[in-house]
Design a protein around this ligand. Structure first.
Ligand code: ADP
Ligand code: MG
Ligand code: ZN
Length: 511
């Protein structure tokens, strides 16, 4: 198969995502008051409603509808005041009532949009000739480094309920093929689920990955879900088709399932783009089918072929009255929306002078952002950018640091009392304890000499001893100063501050 870059040079890839998110932070299920958790023993959080007993009546979960309205507002959707629940019929034991309650043509949230910032290697995936957004009219402006911002339209976000979890015993990789028995856990049945569907506006695997990441960050910040791809509380299907450059009609798409990590999403789409290109270039045709991504073998295989439209006999659920969302209800949801990652990132850049990538990294995950802000509280003014630096470059290697410890290490670094390498050692020592970095530095005698008076004699001694290097420096080889700093560090047995040595050397050498 050809490689992605080569394929995208000839073909335009058209990608749309369908993302299911379980509202894991809600107390109860969508239409009954069973506990909304999957950790309990199987079939313990069940009742006549979620078991689909005849005559049982559903009652919609107000908090769930508030959550979906928040999701819609955060993704620039129109909130539809009038909508209703529909029945989508199918026969399978994971839904005992034989239909899933979902929404019809009008969802609570319609026609939204998320802007994606694409940079680095990801930006290179989109060929330059393709700098048009998915709506076909907006031109994409590239920065000098190739990065760009692209709007991705969201078709809708609708409310539905999850099905029961099936466990197939004795089959291959937990699938039903060759299984000897199938078990059903109805704890998950009736769990509140929202489905977001994008327009086919994504053009590269990296854009799809970034979209998913941004959605995860947004929903986590809203606090409506834990958004775990591994545990399946956030699931994504990738739809993909190819068309020749300049062609405006959409090609036939395939749909990729079993994507449980950001990497899988990227790699499955990459594989599928290359596979479709090969089929098309050999004169074959793409069948509209559902394919399963096999991460271990890095390929997709056919699950089922769509022959005709599914006949779900979708009709309004007579047990659930149509909705008329009030302005008050929508405003209540709007007020609950915390500062979203983009706004937070911009504030960090503005208030703390952080670089965009660093600010985005800290603002993306609400836990990290809260930790960062707690670390900043009471930090000396000159340590603010150091706190950010520690958060981005050191803290991720440790799992049990406290904000005060990050603040402590940042202050020591900002005073040049220790080097970055020493900071790592200190964090290793305090991680998971309540020790403060300052005492560790003192106990271990790590504090750097930052008194110029004490370091000057060392500098003089080194300069006198290294006449050759001094000459090289004067002849224009400025890099040799690194060697001289090294000699100074050695002479001070590592206690001198390298930055200060650098400065003193530069002064002496007349730079
Ligand atoms: P289906 O009825 O097969 O579920 P939908 O029309 O509901 O298809 O679209 C599902 C997802 O597939 C949406 O995200 C949509 O943007 C995307 N999509 C639709 N047609 C195409 C296509 N030809 N190529 C790529 N993606 C597509
Ligand atoms: Mg669909
Ligand atoms: Zn129930």
């Amino acid at each position: 198969m050809k490689r992605l870059a080569e394929v995208l040079g000839d073909w335009e890839a058209v990608i749309g995502l369908e993302v299911h998110t379980e509202l894991t932070t809600l107390e109860t299920k969508m239409f009954c008051n069973c506990k909304n958790t999957h950790d309990d023993p199987p079939n313990t959080n069940v009742c006549p409603v979620c078991l689909g007993m005849p005559g049982a009546l559903p009652v919609p979960n107000r908090a769930a509808i508030q959550s979906i309205v928040m999701a819609g507002l955060a993704t620039n959707c129109q909130i539809m005041r009038h909508s209703m629940f529909y029945r989508k019929h199918y026969f399978y034991p994971d839904m005992a009532k034989n239909f899933q309650t979902t929404q019809g043509p009008v969802a609570f949230c319609m026609h939204g949009r998320l802007d994606l910032e694409v940079s680095g290697g990801g930006a290179a995936e989109r060929p330059a000739w393709e700098d048009v957004a998915g709506d076909g009219t907006t031109a994409i402006a590239r920065e000098k480094d190739g990065s760009y911002v692209v709007p991705i339209r969201i078709l809708r976000i609708h409310m539905e309920e999850d099905a029961a979890k099936m466990v197939h015993v004795g089959g291959e990789e937990g699938r039903i093929t060759a299984a000897t028995e199938s078990l059903i856990d109805y704890n998950r049945c009736g769990t509140p689920l929202i489905e977001l569907v994008t327009e086919p506006d994504l053009r590269t695997p990296e854009e799809a990955r970034l979209f998913m990441e941004k959605l995860q960050q947004t929903f986590k910040t809203l606090g409506i879900s834990d958004c775990s791809l591994e545990n399946g509380s956030m699931r994504c299907d990738g739809n993909i088709s190819l068309r020749r450059r300049g062609e405006t009609r959409l090609g036939t798409k395939t749909e990729m399932k079993n994507i449980n990590s950001f990497k899988s999403l990227h790699d499955a789409l990459e594989y599928e783009i290359c596979r479709q290109a090969e089929v098309l270039e050999e004169g074959g045709i793409i069948y509209q089918e559902t394919r399963h991504w096999e991460p271990s073998r890095r390929r997709t295989v056919v699950m089922r072929v769509k022959e005709t439209a599914d006949d779900y006999r979708l009709f309004p659920d007579p047990d659930l009255a149509p909705f008329d969302l009030t302005d008050d209800f929508i405003e209540e949801a709007r007020e609950k929306i915390p500062e979203l990652p983009d706004a937070k990132r911009d504030r960090y850049m503005r208030d703390y002078g952080l670089k965009q990538a660093d600010a985005a990294q800290l603002a993306g995950d609400p836990k990290v952002a809260t930790f960062f802000e707690e670390s900043l509280a009471g930090a000396p003014a000159k340590a603010v950018s150091t706190v950010a630096n520690v958060m981005v470059n050191l803290a991720p290697s440790f799992d049990a640091l406290a904000p005060a410890q990050v603040r402590g290490i940042a202050s020591l670094l900002a005073e040049d009392a220790i080097t970055f390498a020493q900071a790592r050692e200190v964090l290793e020592a305090v991680n998971g304890t309540d020790a403060d970095p300052e005492s560790v530095v003192d106990e271990r005698g790590m504090r750097q000499v930052t008194d110029a008076g004490a370091l000057e004699p060392i500098v003089d001694e080194v300069l006198a001893r290294c006449a050759d290097q001094v000459q090289q420096y004067r002849d224009g080889n400025k890099k040799v100063v690194g060697y001289l700093v090294g000699q100074c560090m050695k002479a001070s047995k590592g206690s001198g501050n390298p930055k200060l040595f650098n400065k003193l050397l530069a002064e002496r050498l007349g730079a």
